[in-house]
Design a protein around this ligand. Structure first.
Ligand SMILES: O=c1ccn([C@@H]2O[C@H](COP(=O)(O)O)[C@@H](O)[C@H]2O)c(=O)[nH]1
Length: 230
């Protein structure tokens, strides 16, 4: 198992494109994330193929449904032997605890993480969907609910990690997308930080997609990011 804090997001339309990127990366120096596009097109087979190349897999399907449905989906994901998987905290306490119960808490169960507010969400979007208060207050409330119902950590932006670490302790895993090395395009992300700033703020894992996968030399970019982390 890799010790890397870097999780590379494989947002690709097919297995060949994902495998081609994986072949340019070193499984001892990063983990991989499979999200909705790749999984919908390539299914459990791509999980197996990347595991056979020795990569730890974060299956980022953000389950959000009635408790029974999410519990069954989580059990199916755990059967794939993934390293990390997630549900959406907006499903609430009953859904979250059903997910926890479905995969158990034994030492080799996947890390079960809850998505709080997406890193693409800014205050304008937050207001437009009718949520009350501020983004940090809401992320804190959802993260406390996740912890109280047995999750191992949350997906949040690096802007919230110091606050969550102070409130929930260092064992609660903070997984942060929206990572942008200096000079890279923001794209559709809003709550962003550089890799070094995110680690300094307390992130346990950095999810990085396009800044690595769109680089001319993805492994070189990964090494540059590692060097920045010190
Ligand atoms: O709040 C969230 C949750 C998940 N993501 C996912 O992370 C990657 C980020 O990719 P970039 O190319 O580095 O923007 C992507 O797969 C998202 O689905 C997120 O960005 N924010």
């Amino acid at each position: 198992m890799s010790q890397s804090k870097i999780i590379v997001a494989l947002d690709y339309p097919d297995a060949n494109a994902a495998l081609n990127m994986a072949d340019q990366l070193d499984p001892s120096r990063c983990r991989l994330k499979i999200g909705k596009e790749l999984f919908t097109r390539s299914g459990p087979e791509i999980v197996k193929m990347l595991q056979q190349k020795d990569f730890d897999i974060f299956l980022d399907l953000k389950y959000h449904d009635i408790p029974n449905t999410v519990a069954k989906a989580c059990a199916a994901a755990a059967d794939l032997g993934v390293w990390m998987m997630n549900v959406h905290t907006l499903g609430g306490p009953a859904m979250i605890s059903a997910a926890r119960e479905a995969i158990g808490s034994h030492h080799d169960a996947p890390l079960l993480i809850g998505v709080t507010l997406l890193t693409s969400m800014d205050q304008q979007t937050f207001d437009a969907i009718g949520l009350q208060g501020t983004i940090p207050e809401t992320v804190l409330r959802l993260a406390v609910m996740a912890a109280d119902n047995g999750l191992d950590g949350v997906v949040c932006s690096a802007h919230e990690t110091a606050m969550l670490k102070a409130e929930l302790g260092n064992q609660f895993q903070l997984v942060t997308p929206g990572i942008r090395p200096a000079g890279s395009a923001k794209g559709d992300q809003h709550r962003i930080m550089t890799p070094a700033q995110a680690i300094q703020a307390g992130s346990h894992y950095l999810v990085i997609g396009r800044p690595i996968t769109a680089a001319a030399d993805p492994m070189q970019k990964l090494i540059e990011i590692e060097n920045d982390l010190g």
